[in-house]
Design a protein around this ligand. Structure first.
Ligand code: ZN
Length: 142
């Protein structure tokens, strides 16, 4: 399979990223520019990534709650401010989000959190939550 270097986000991802806090715009732009990336510890390769969600409106939050994609009602989630204090992002392959590969999520999260760290930001990753695994979720330390 050819490895396609994306370098910048597609329109949909960029539109979602634009609803996020400046920290996310800054860091995620660096992350996508760094791909493809091979995690030095595990050899896991991250080819591409996309932004699933930034700010969530009341209707969108209640829908996510109803579908079980979020445990929060509107106003309880860091996605419910504008700009959003949380950003959902996942690695992609062949234009599709990878939802079910926790090893890939962990390697991606390390890249994202390290990039944030280098910019001076201390983010939390939803894959580290004890309550429930939220692999795509990153949030600012508030
Ligand atoms: Zn989230």
């Amino acid at each position: 399979m050819p490895k396609i270097k994306t370098a910048v986000f597609g329109n949909t991802s960029q539109r979602r990223l634009d609803t996020c806090h400046e920290e996310f715009k800054e860091v995620m732009t660096l992350v996508i520019a760094a791909l493809p990336y091979t995690d030095p510890d595990t050899g896991v390769e991250i080819i591409d990534c996309g932004i699933i969600c930034g700010e969530r409106s009341e209707q969108e939050q209640e829908e996510a709650y109803r579908l079980g994609n979020s445990k929060a009602r509107f106003g309880e989630s860091l996605h419910n401010t504008y700009p959003s204090n949380a950003c959902d992002t996942l690695p992609m392959r062949d234009g599709r989000y990878i939802w079910d590969d926790k090893e890939l999520h962990a390697a991606y999260a390390k890249l994202v959190l390290d990039t944030a760290w280098h910019q001076g930001y201390r983010w939390k990753w939803g894959g580290d939550f004890e309550s429930f695994y939220d692999g795509p979720h990153f949030e600012r330390a508030l």
